[in-house]
Design a protein around this ligand. Structure first.
Ligand code: ADP
Ligand code: MG
Length: 478
């Protein structure tokens, strides 16, 4: 059977405000339990929520950046359910009239194709507290610091067709909220997490299959694994003659499997109704215009500019603009390298990314700054060092041995460009390898590379490769 996968994501992005959505309590992460929960967050009787205007501005930014409608009027609603870490007995969210609706973004599905993913809505809501089990025996601790933290819940259309597409979508939204500076994107701290809705249907069938929802996944890798596990599980169920049960499941990363959490039968009826304590949010065109004027250059626009300004491919420009930090690093490198766009791209995406990966470092913590890298690239362009030797220089800079000129000097890595010296070395190599020379003259042209290799070896890679090739050809033709 040929199955088609259908995926829709609900992403929770914690908005980067200093205070909570309906109170003045701090949102800073990591404080001692219950030190940042005020009377409003605790849901004490007699208190009233007051909307933090900044969250509306942030939601509007997101709406404008995703080609969505920013609603002139939106309404907060109470979503009622009982849970120990929800002190009021309801969560304030938006239901029928969300602040943002009907948007889209394009994701890259491979090097040449994009897919448009619809954004159904994005609504504002408050986060709940946290139940702590680890430090307690036979008891559960409740930390309400997180209660009232502002969230933007971004709901996609069921437009994704593979786990890889879901990850590409999630990464794109992640990059976007960070470009917009509305969310710090810290996934370990739970500032950016998602629920994945997954179903399968026979390819060609129009009606969707029954979906399951995998809750609270907080890493790109886990999203991919959880969805792939769930696809396999659903295929097995259906091909075994069973039926997929609509339910909420949890992903267990240690075992790489999903397990049922609660099924729809026991699901809550949230009894949504407009919150009588909060006025509808009304915004005017002037507000929206002001937000629009304030928008930074967004990832897609920046990618397109990189393509025209630096002559990069769609793919390379996409990688380099995948985060604001990487794009900034790249542009600073180009400036320091005297405008070498392509060369800078190769080094940022190649050697730099490789070493960052190897050492588990973020680009903002790179031991080689854009200035250092750009300075070294200048030495490649002016012929002081070859691209190959540059890797040695780069490693040395990475290890804190100074800038490119210092390293080149100290290690004597300057390229040999003196054609007289190179010619002498070529003649030495040919003389030392008479057998190969004979074979070459008899038609084994592949040996050309062998001679080049010998010359480079004799100079520890310092001979200018272009010069070696040119002179070797001349001498062999004598
Ligand atoms: P709920 O209110 O129960 O969360 P929604 O209809 O709002 O349900 O959908 C939640 C998410 O599930 C959306 O991202 C949507 O795209 C996705 N979704 C809906 N139906 C399916 C389906 N059959 N398969 C996969 N995803 C789906
Ligand atoms: Mg849901």
């Amino acid at each position: 059977m040929d199955w088609e996968v259908v995926i829709g994501l609900e992403i929770h992005a914690q908005l980067a405000t200093r205070s909570k959505i309906f109170s003045g309590a701090s949102t800073a992460y990591g404080a001692a339990p219950n030190t940042q929960a005020c009377a409003v967050d605790l849901g004490l009787p007699g208190v009233l929520p007051v909307l933090n205007a900044e969250v509306v501005r942030m939601a509007a930014k997101f709406g404008l950046a995703t080609h969505a409608t920013v609603a002139r009027r939106s309404v907060f609603a109470r979503k009622n359910y009982f849970y120990p870490d929800l002190p009021k007995g309801y969560q304030i969210s938006q239901y029928e009239l969300p602040v943002v609706h009907d948007g889209w973004i394009d994701i890259d599905v491979n090097e040449t194709e994009t897919r448009r993913i619809g954004i159904t809505r994005a609504h504002l809501e408050e986060d709940a507290g946290k139940s702590l089990h680890e430090d307690f025996h036979g008891e559960t601790g409740i930390d309400l610091n997180r209660a009232g933290t502002p969230l933007l819940e971004i709901v996609s259309e069921p437009d994704m067709r593979s786990a890889a597409e879901a990850v590409a979508y999630m990464k794109k939204i992640h990059a976007l909220v960070r470009y917009l500076e509305i969310c710090d994107g810290n996934m370990q701290e739970g500032s950016f997490r998602c629920d994945a809705n997954v179903s399968i249907r026979p390819r060609g069938q129009e009606a969707f299959g029954t979906r399951t929802e995998i809750k609270n996944i907080n890493s790109f890798r886990f999203v991919e694994r959880a969805i792939n596990y769930e696809i396999e599980r659903q295929i097995e169920v259906l091909e075994g003659g069973g039926a997929v049960v609509q339910e909420t499941r949890l992903y267990d990363a240690d075992r790489n499997e999903t397990r049922p959490m609660r099924s729809k039968e026991e699901a809550n009826d949230y009894r949504y109704f407009p919150d009588p304590d909060l006025l509808p949010v009304e915004i005017d065109q002037a507000f929206i215009d002001a937000v629009e004027r304030d928008l930074p250059e967004l990832p897609d626009a920046r990618r397109d500019r990189f393509m025209t300004q630096y002559g990069l491919s769609h793919f390379d420009a996409g990688v380099l603009t995948s985060s604001r930090e990487m794009a900034d690093f790249y542009e600073s490198t180009v400036a320091a390298a005297g405008g070498e766009g392509k060369l800078s791209a190769n080094w940022v995406m190649g050697e730099l990314s490789g070493l960052l990966n190897r050492d588990g470092k973020d680009i903002t913590a790179s031991p080689v700054s854009p200035e250092l890298l750009g300075g070294m690239l200048q030495r490649i362009s002016d012929g002081t060092i070859s691209g190959k030797i540059a890797k040695q220089v780069f490693e040395a800079m990475w290890n804190g041995e100074g800038d490119a000129d210092t390293v080149i000097d100290r290690k004597g890595l300057k390229q040999i460009t003196d054609s007289g010296a190179i010619e002498q070395m070529i003649r030495d190599v040919l003389q030392a390898n008479p057998k190969q020379l004979e074979q070459y003259k008899a038609g084994q042209e592949k040996l050309f590379g062998f001679f080049v290799g010998q010359v480079m070896k004799a100079t520890q890679g310092k001979a200018n490769p272009g010069e070696v090739n040119k002179l070797l050809k001349q001498i062999l033709e004598e």
